[in-house]
Design a protein around this ligand. Structure first.
Ligand code: SAM
Length: 224
């Protein structure tokens, strides 16, 4: 397995450094802050407030440590949401690495223990974490991922285009776009001219949203 070391980010939460890719799993300006800002506030919370939906299907590209999943589980704990969460991950981390992230400090104890308890099973099949939250981690490369499901919210959390350009190619984005329901939103921490052009050509409207600390702007795209 690729060598990975933990690095502490500006908000005190940890991230992993992937030496092969030459990049961290999260923003050095704050891993938890970025997750909450980009994916929860600008993605899930925005979608829920706009539509009033109580049933939300979420697709994550690049499940990694599960930080975004954990923040989602924590966010919905006192809300009447039903969430079906699918994470795509080509290179799943061992449970021991996930357990060593320290993300227990950022979510309810019950969310954390249920996550660790179900993590390995979720790599094999869909699991019911509690009555309002089911999840699975599809152990596959993005371009090999297939499903009959269609999603309301996409968390696109690939390594940066400079390190992994193929994840941001027209073909990769088109592959993801086919799984998004009309009215569904696609959020990611970055925004570039190429990304905006690709998403527009795939039938999305584009918004520049304020970025997480350390980034001026991020992309939110809504499928027309
Ligand atoms: C920026 S990290 C994601 C961080 C993650 N969301 C978290 O909270 O820990 C990118 C992730 O994409 C995964 N990945 C890289 N190439 C992939 C591919 N072709 N298909 C699926 N996953 C891939 C990496 O293993 C890594 O977990």
């Amino acid at each position: 397995m690729t060598k990975m070391d933990f690095v502490t980010t500006a908000d005190g939460s940890k991230t992993l450094y992937n030496a092969e890719i030459g990049e961290c799993y999260h923003s050095k300006h704050g891993a938890v802050q970025e997750s909450r800002h980009v994916f929860i506030k600008t993605g899930l919370d925005h979608y829920q407030q706009r539509t009033g939906a109580s049933d939300v299907a979420i697709l994550e590209v690049g499940f990694g440590t599960g930080l975004n999943f954990l923040q989602t589980a924590h966010f919905i704990r006192d809300k009447p949401f039903q969430v079906d969460y699918v994470g795509i991950e080509g290179f799943p981390l061992p449970l021991a690495t996930v357990a060593a992230t320290g993300y227990n400090e950022t979510v309810d104890a019950a969310v954390w223990s249920a996550y660790l308890h179900h993590y390995e099973a979720a790599l094999q099949q869909q699991v019911q974490m509690h009555e309002r939250l089911q999840f699975c981690i599809a152990h596959t490369l993005l371009m090999d991922f297939q499903t009959e499901k269609r999603f309301d919210v996409v968390y696109f959390d690939a390594f940066a285009a400079i390190h992994q350009p193929e994840m941001w190619s027209d073909a990769a984005l088109a592959h993801v776009a086919q799984f998004v329901k009309p009215g569904g939103v696609f959020v990611t921490y970055a925004i570039t001219g190429n990304l905006k052009r690709s998403m527009k050509s795939l039938g999305f409207s584009i918004e520049k949203a304020p970025g997480a600390p350390g980034k001026r702007e991020m992309l939110r795209a809504t499928k027309l």
